[in-house]
Every structure is written in structure tokens, then in C-alpha cells.
Design a protein around this ligand. Structure first.
Ligand code: MG
Length: 443
């Protein structure tokens, strides 16, 4: 055989071998694909209950694969009746029949489908679906969600407990009990004589004469009372415990600048919401004048609010309510952005977050390097009757369930035992707070 013919035969054999290898590789991909067929969203339902006196909304996404479903938190307790409508009338028709394993794609689809976006109601509805899809993906993988996010950056989440009371001594005594139970962080809030102090209820002390019947708040009186509380806490509790305090956006921006400067000496872990979302430009003034650590974000719904605060390093802790921002998918992006700018996380986690929402907070807490602190979750017997697999707090640390997904199951038969209180004033919404002269102020 001539040399040219030999070369030609060799090339043909190589091409045949290559074609065989490619066919086998294609076969392997097809086999793997068949083994991992995307679950399809078959149904989306809303679960409503109130085991702890707060209206909770949870979304359940069911797939076409037997036993594969997930739960997500969609709790916006002050406007709870609007969430089922947003989920069932708008997201369900959009998403049923779509793959359940394309979380990012689904989030973007849901986010953009209303055209106008970033509202509390719409974000909570999206969060319910989003977190349910993360739950489903964890169940598919046989892994807790924090593993899907990269695994543990820490073993448990350091939590803070609330110490509240109408009198300073009550707050100090409650803080002592929390410290004795292992908490290293305590949020302290005290009532103001004659007023409705945030987080502490009305004071037993003498009322300030008012021109109206609404709860009364007087800004300078509150600031003086808070400073007295911090003084007492440092005297009685020492300097080792981390103290937190929530201003709750009730004072003027200029008062906020001064208060942030004045509390420097008490070395707070953070001062929360010194100004309202409408006044976030004032953080530049505060930052320039003191080193008090600042947290902000509980009332945010939009990236336009949190992104500048992170990018300009104007706060120390992002404090958003994960479902109000649209769920785990956007919040893990804000957390990652915060890591770059050294802004840590302190996700909002009181009773108006559902147990599923607390599990989502914890998945971020465990997996993000820039975790700061977690507001502790308290679950009563009724909550345990409905939800199994809840996060557990011991010695001030919150631990995750190691079961797949959130590790939470819902006893849907028990849900009916704890319905929303339909006779509650304002249908679960908040009322008004006024200055002594009758002017409305922020809550
Ligand atoms: Mg707050």
C-alpha cells in the first residue's frame, strides 16, 4: 500500500473512533438527563395560620414527582390577606407547568411579570415560591439548603434575645436572665413614662397630657430614657455583653446624628434604624461623625434602598426581612455584595417571620462569611404542633436541622386549629402613633 493510502486509512480509523466516543458521551448525557428529569410545578397553595398570635403565610409548591414539594415564607402580617391573592391569582397561573429546578429563572420571571415591582406584597408572594423551590432542590439533593449555598462557614448562628419592659429595672433583670441562659447579645428596649415606647409597650408611669386618644410618643423624652437605659445596662451588666437597640425610625435625622454620637461611649453592638428609609441620605452625616455601629434595612423592599448603603459602606449590618426583599435568591446576592464591602448580615427575625422564614435566615447565617448576628426565634407549643424540624437555640446559638431542604414539615391538619384572628383590630395592621400635639409619626 502506498504511503498516501496508509495515511488515509489511519485518519478514517481515528475519525470512526472519535465518532464512537462522541456517541457514547452523548448517550451518557442523555442517560443522566433522564435520571434527573426536571420536576414540574404542579400546584401552588397558600397555608395560613397563627400559632403565636401573628398571622403567618406560607406557600407550598407541589411538583409532579411523588412526595416532592417545598415550603416558603411569604409572611407580611400587616397586610396578610393580600398575599394569597398575589400568589394564587398571579404567580400560580404563571408558574404551574414550569420546571421546579430553575430557581433563578423562576425568580426573574415572577419579579418581572408585574412590570411594576419591589412592593411588599409582591415580594412576599415571590419569596413564598422562591423559598419553596430552594426547599425542593434541597430535598432533591438530599441536602440541607445551607449545603447548596456552599456549606457551613460557621457551626451555628450567634443570636440576640430581646429584653423589654416598661421600667429600666425590668429590662436589666430580663437581660440578666438571657445572659444566664448563654446569650452574648441582648437587645434592650424600655418604655417611656406616659408614652408608647417602641418594643416595650406603654409605661406604667404618669401619662403626659395629650390632645387625643392615640398612643403618644415624644422624641426627646425617648432619647433621654434610652440613654438612662444604656447607662444602667453598662453599670449592672458590665461591658462584656453586646447591647443592641432599635430606634425604630421615630426621631428626626438631626436627633439621630446626635444620638449616634452620644451612645458611642456605651459601645453598642449596633443601633438600629436611627432614621427612616426616606432619610437614608443622612447616614453619610452620621458615619462622618461617629463610630457607633449601625444597622438598617428592616423596612426595605427594593435594591435601590440597600445597595447604596452597602456600596458606600454607610452601615455595618444589613437587616432586611428576607421575604420582604423577595426571598433567599435576592438576599444571598445582597449578602455576597456585603462581604465585598464588609457589611455584615443581621436578618430580621421576630415573630412575624414564619418558622420556614427563620430556617431561610439560618441557611444564610451559616453559609455567609459576613454573618453578623441573628435575631433569635422563639417558638411556642402551638408552633411546634404545626411545624416540625424547627431551628433550635441553645446557649445563645441557633442550630440548623440537618434534614434535606429546610428540614421542616408542616402538619396541615393542625393548621386549622390556629386560624387567623378575624376579629383583631385593623385586620392585623398597625394603628397610629402621634406626638403629644396629635401629629402622626412613623411607627
Ligand atoms: Mg427593628
Amino acid at each position: 500500500m502506498r504511503r498516501r493510502e496508509l495515511i488515509g486509512a489511519g485518519m478514517a480509523a481515528s475519525a470512526a473512533l472519535l465518532a464512537t466516543k462522541e456517541a457514547k458521551a452523548q448517550q451518557r448525557v442523555e442517560q443522566a438527563g433522564r435520571g434527573m428529569r426536571s420536576p414540574i410545578i404542579k400546584d401552588i397553595n397558600v397555608i395560613q395560620c397563627s400559632p403565636q398570635g401573628v398571622r403567618l403565610v406560607i406557600v407550598k409548591v407541589t411538583t409532579d414527582q411523588a412526595g416532592l414539594y417545598g415550603y416558603g415564607c411569604a409572611t407580611f402580617t400587616q397586610r396578610a390577606d393580600l398575599i394569597p391573592i398575589a400568589v394564587e391569582k398571579y404567580l400560580k397561573p404563571l408558574l404551574v407547568g414550569k420546571p421546579a429546578d430553575r430557581i433563578e429563572d423562576t425568580w426573574q420571571m415572577a419579579y418581572n411579570s408585574s412590570y411594576w415591582r419591589n412592593s411588599g406584597v409582591l415580594n412576599n408572594a415571590i419569596s413564598g415560591v422562591d423559598q419553596a423551590l430552594w426547599d425542593i432542590k434541597g430535598r432533591q439533593a438530599g441536602l440541607p439548603v445551607y449545603q447548596l449555598l456552599g456549606g457551613k462557614a460557621r457551626l451555628a448562628a450567634d443570636c440576640y434575645a430581646h429584653a423589654s419592659g416598661s421600667e429600666i429595672k425590668e429590662v436589666v433583670d430580663q437581660a440578666k436572665r438571657h445572659i444566664a441562659n448563654g446569650f452574648r447579645h441582648v437587645r434592650v428596649q424600655v418604655g417611656v413614662p406616659g408614652m408608647a415606647g417602641y418594643g416595650a409597650g406603654p409605661s406604667k408611669s404618669q401619662r403626659i397630657p395629650a390632645l387625643h386618644d392615640a398612643p403618644v410618643f415624644e422624641r426627646e423624652g425617648y432619647i433621654k430614657r434610652a440613654m438612662a437605659l444604656f447607662e444602667a445596662c453598662r453599670t449592672e451588666l458590665g461591658m462584656d455583653v453586646e447591647l443592641l437597640h432599635d430606634v425604630h425610625e421615630r426621631i428626626t435625622p438631626t436627633q439621630a446624628v446626635k444620638m449616634c454620637k452620644d451612645v458611642e461611649k456605651f459601645r453598642l453592638f449596633f443601633l438600629e434604624d436611627p432614621v427612616s428609609p426616606e432619610d437614608i441620605a443622612w447616614f453619610r452625616n452620621i458615619r462622618a461623625q461617629c463610630a457607633t455601629p449601625l444597622s438598617m434595612g428592616e423596612l426595605f423592599n427594593s435594591p435601590h434602598e440597600i445597595v447604596p448603603l452597602i456600596a458606600e459602606r454607610l452601615i455595618d449590618y444589613m437587616r432586611m426581612h428576607v421575604s420582604q426583599m423577595g426571598g433567599l435568591t435576592p438576599c444571598r446576592k445582597y449578602a455576597a455584595m456585603g462581604e465585598i464591602f464588609n457589611v455584615r448580615t443581621a436578618w430580621h427575625g421576630p415573630a412575624d417571620t414564619s418558622p420556614v422564614g427563620h430556617a431561610a435566615n439560618l441557611a444564610l447565617d451559616l453559609s455567609c462569611t459576613n454573618f453578623g448576628v441573628q435575631e433569635n426565634a422563639f417558638f411556642n407549643d402551638a408552633a411546634h404542633e404545626i411545624f416540625s424540624g424547627l431551628p433550635v437555640t441553645k446557649g445563645g446559638y441557633m442550630y440548623a436541622n440537618e434534614a434535606p431542604g429546610w428540614g421542616i414539615e408542616i402538619n396541615e391538619a393542625a393548621v386549622a386549629k390556629y386560624p387567623w384572628n378575624q376579629s383583631s383590630p385593623l385586620n392585623g395592621g398597625w394603628g397610629e402613633v402621634r406626638l403629644p400635639d396629635g401629629q402622626i409619626i412613623k411607627q
